[in-house]
Design a protein around this ligand. Structure first.
Ligand code: CA
Ligand code: CA
Length: 191
């Protein structure tokens, strides 16, 4: 096998590995407020997702207008997938708040939501059953893990995708598999 083909195969392999590990959405900017948004596909609890965003200088997305809601859903949302947002009524049942302290006025609840399903649900998400609309989910009923959307009020300074332990494991596995393939091909060529 000639060297160029080998290099091409390795490049293709590295590209596929990279895309597998970083399936998150692109980082997009909403022109009306200048904020940036990105969906992360590693499932986390609402609290863990909140901490993850804050560790990157962002917060879970707060969708305070129809324009912002539509833009975020169309650009970084996904149909039929539950995605955490930055709203909660954990402090006072039925009194929903944005974690940023922004005024809670615009809402986009799915029909018959929020329903605070027994024994309660206190966290906001895009609803997998009703694309583009909101659901109340999470504790105290269950500590679900969903994808989530971070919102930056200024342009992020650092790369936004950080692999988790599982993703590092996948990357290392794929690199070893790639090296094994190269070794095998070289042996075949010599034989
Ligand atoms: Ca917002
Ligand atoms: Ca509730």
């Amino acid at each position: 096998m000639n060297r160029c083909l080998s290099i091409l195969l390795i490049l293709l392999f590295v590209t596929c590995t990279w895309q597998t590990a970083f399936a998150d959405s692109a980082l997009v900017q909403y022109p009306d407020n200048g904020h940036y948004y990105q969906r992360f596909d590693t499932s986390r609890t609402w609290s863990s997702a909140r901490t993850y965003c804050e560790g990157r200088g962002a917060h879970l997305a707060t969708l305070t207008s129809q324009g912002e809601d539509n833009f975020v859903y169309q650009n970084v949302g996904q149909d039929n997938v539950s995605i955490w947002l930055g709203g909660t009524d954990v402090n006072s049942e039925g009194n929903w708040e944005w974690i940023t302290g922004e005024t809670w006025s615009y809402t986009n609840w799915a029909p018959e939501r929020p329903n605070n399903l027994s024994p309660g649900q206190d966290y906001l998400s895009f609803f997998d059953d009703v694309p583009g609309q909101w659901d109340d989910s999470g504790p105290p009923l269950a500590d679900e893990t969903y994808a989530f959307i971070c919102e930056w009020e200024q342009q992020p300074l650092k790369p936004t995708a950080v692999p988790t332990m599982g993703e590092w494991g996948m990357i290392i596995f794929m690199i070893l598999a790639g090296l094994g393939s190269v070794y095998y091909l070289r042996r075949q060529r010599r034989a």
